[in-house]
Design a protein around this ligand. Structure first.
Ligand SMILES: NC(=O)c1ccc[n+]([C@@H]2O[C@H](COP(=O)([O-])OP(=O)(O)OC[C@H]3O[C@@H](n4cnc5c(N)ncnc54)[C@H](OP(=O)(O)O)[C@@H]3O)[C@@H](O)[C@H]2O)c1
Length: 252
């Protein structure tokens, strides 16, 4: 009997796959048997990660539509297929009150966090998924549902990504499933400015008593990519240690 998490024979593209959550996702998919193609801007990191995963990689920014086309072509040339796309790369800039946000920086945030996921899915759809099917997971954020100080551009772009997930799920069904995972605070570079100064206090306020590790998110992504989730599309899975649950434990 094979596990429904088994991805042998499948191929995946993971954006931002060289560190943090994306690296953990790429590792989980590879461990489940998938061939993995990663991208990020730093060429050394891409080379190292591709070698480590026995996969392939291409350095560049997801904000560049040509890069996304080349990335998809690389996966198709090397693996002959693209069954899985994980849109993970993102920027949390520009940071600050919306009244001070520069329109160009706002546009750059949306180019990376919203437009790139759409364009990469278009490439995968045209090159493989329209005919053969597949699974897409977009990495959103628990914060997409809330307002928060200084993080308005990021949260607004992630709320758009959340909506894009549902819209694509509706448009691409039944061939392609499209879901999202919304992490809470996870121990990565992007969120270091939050957890490094305040981890103990933040963790003590969470129902599950700790901040997240990249692997917590990666296991959820693996599940959504796999056949174990074959009847799930248009869903958003919160992986946040209970951030959204009001703390209600009765301590003796
Ligand atoms: N960490 C958290 O607490 C948290 C919470 C909620 C949601 N998330 C989401 O989780 C995802 C991963 O975040 P993370 O915390 O793992 O971040 P991270 O540790 O900073 O890693 C980001 C990855 O994306 C790559 N990247 C960044 N901009 C890129 C671009 N324009 N084009 C291509 N690659 C790019 C980075 O490599 P290069 O710098 O070399 O490009 C790196 O591989 C993001 O979507 C983020 O919004 C994170």
């Amino acid at each position: 009997m094979t596990s429904s998490y088994d991805l042998k024979g499948r191929a995946a593209i993971v954006t931002g796959g060289t560190r943090g959550i994306g690296y953990a996702v790429a590792g989980e998919l590879a461990a489940a048997g998938a061939r993995v193609c990663v991208t990020a801007r730093d060429p050394d990191d891409v080379r190292r990660t591709a070698a480590c995963l026995d996969g392939v990689g291409l350095a560049g920014s997801v904000a560049d539509p040509d890069h996304l086309r080349r990335l998809t072509d690389l996966a198709l040339d090397e693996f002959g297929r693209v069954d899985i796309v994980v849109n993970n790369a993102a920027t949390n800039q520009p940071y600050g009150p919306l009244m001070d946000i520069d329109p160009q920086e706002w546009g750059e945030a949306f180019a990376v966090n919203v437009e790139a996921p759409l364009r990469l899915v278009q490439c995968a759809w045209r090159g493989w998924m329209a005919e053969h099917g597949g699974s897409v997971v977009n990495i959103c954020t628990e914060g997409a549902r809330h307002v928060g100080p200084r993080i308005g551009a990021y949260n607004t772009s992630k709320a758009a990504l959340l909506h894009l997930t549902g819209q694509l799920a509706g448009e691409l069904a039944p061939r392609v499933r499209v879901n999202s995972v919304s992490p809470g605070l996870v121990r990565t570079e992007m969120a270091r400015f939050v957890w490094e100064p305040g981890e103990t206090e933040i963790a003590s306020g969470l129902p599950l008593g700790r901040i997240g590790e990249p692997e917590d998110v990666a296991r959820a992504v693996l599940w959504l990519c796999s056949d174990a989730a074959e009847w799930i599309t248009g869903a958003d899975l919160l992986v946040d240690g209970g951030t959204n649950v009001r703390r209600a434990r009765i301590t003796p």
